[in-house]
Design a protein around this ligand. Structure first.
Ligand code: FAD
Length: 345
């Protein structure tokens, strides 16, 4: 039987796979009564709430498993230098441990089309990409090309799994590895050459920011239509949007924020999002996508009148009805009130 705290469900770690010297996969056990809640589409991610050094941090990790070919839910976490949660996953998580996890979310998914698929992935960006590949191989006849960049051969996550997929699907899946220490970084001409071979394809991109910039620029130069391009960003933009989207600005005013066992009195400026106001005030409120689709910044409106301008799947109807909002997309309609970020456990 499962336990739940706000948007977080408690899931047990069923297994751990050391993938490379700096990445490991964590396999999660889903109790029968949560099977429906944790049903997912290939390319989606899970959001984890983790207590580290007395603070609760929230991070998203894509499912590297495929609902069409794998029986278990698996996320794969690569160490980030100085990163708090990626290193915690690699050093401290063990089998039998319970993790606080939100239900799957995300739009980096397959379209109902029969055109080829070209995927550009770098480093840990392979996680949603391999999920898409496994499902596309299993559920369609689409031709698939993967360009996969890594620092060196030792850093390649899922190398054996990809080799096996290529062997099992001769002629349908092509994988081109690019290694920085041998080939240098992927550049515009190399990306354009791949794109030009299959301009009618759907293009999926996930990797480090500069890698994605090169591929996006190459797609633009090759005049690929926007509806053929799908992008998943693991890194937040340098400056998160401080202004809530929408036309009329909400009035500013004081508001109480509950986070991590503490109450902070902050001021939300006119038109400012609650999340941006928290960060400006030095309150480390959780967030990830800042675009209204991941749910990492969700909080409960205990008092006050809050307007949420965008909910791109971050919350379901029952959560909205219960008073949850995405703070990256919400502003105060009238000053005053109390907003509570959920405790992960
Ligand atoms: C939708 C989505 C899916 C994702 N899927 C995956 C996945 O499948 N696999 C994966 O590995 N990652 C994935 N990520 C990235 C992941 O969520 C984390 O961002 C990543 O693991 C880094 O988190 P961290 O807590 O380790 O790093 P953080 O602690 O957030 O640190 C990140 C960087 O900031 C620096 N930093 C931290 N604190 C400070 C400070 N006070 N001052 C200055 N610099 C600082 C660190 O040195 C580090 O370089 C995904 C992200 C998103 C949004």
């Amino acid at each position: 039987m499962s336990s739940q705290s706000g948007p977080y469900f408690s899931l047990e770690v069923a297994g751990i796979v050391e993938e490379t010297p700096d990445a490991r996969s964590v396999i999660l056990s889903i109790p029968d009564d949560l099977k429906e809640t944790f049903a997912y589409r290939p390319g989606q991610f899970l959001t984890f709430g983790v207590h580290v050094d007395g603070h609760q941090l929230v991070r998203c990790y894509s499912l590297a498993s495929s609902p069409d070919t794998d029986s278990a839910h698996k996320v794969t976490v690569k160490r980030v230098e100085g990163g708090r949660i990626s290193n915690w996953f690699n050093d401290a998580v063990s089998v039998g441990q319970s993790l606080s996890v939100m239900k799957p979310a995300g739009h980096f998914c397959l379209q109902d089309r029969q055109t080829p698929i070209v995927l550009f992935s770098g480093g840990s960006g392979i996680t949603p990409v391999i999920s898409l590949i496994k499902s596309a191989l299993a559920k369609s006849e689409r031709e698939i090309r993967l360009v996969y960049a890594n620092r060196d051969a030792a850093s390649i996550i899922f190398r054996d799994e990809l080799d096996a997929l290529v062997a099992d699907h001769p002629g349908r899946l092509r994988v081109s590895h690019r290694l920085d220490d041998v080939d240098g970084f992927l550049d515009g001409p190399a990306a354009r050459a791949v794109i030009a071979e299959q301009r009618n394809a759907d293009f999926y991109i996930c990797g480090p920011g500069p890698f994605m910039d090169v591929v996006e620029a190459a797609l633009a130069e090759e005049s690929v239509a926007a509806d053929q391009i799908f992008i998943e960003r693991f890194e937040m933009a340098e400056t998160e949007a401080a202004e809530a989207p929408g036309e009329a600005a909400g009035p500013g005013g004081a508001v109480e924020i509950y986070l991590d066992g503490e109450v902070h009195s902050i001021r939300v400026e006119e038109g400012e999002t609650i999340l941006a106001a928290c960060h400006r005030a030095g309150v480390d409120a959780p967030c990830a996508c800042t675009e209204g689709y991941c749910g990492a910044c969700m909080a409960l409106v205990k008092q006050g009148d809050v307007e949420m301008l965008v909910n791109d799947g971050g919350l379901d109807d029952s959560q909205v009805e219960a008073g949850w909002v995405l703070t990256c997309q919400s502003r105060m309609r009238v000053p005053g009130g109390r907003i509570e970020y959920p405790d992960a456990d």
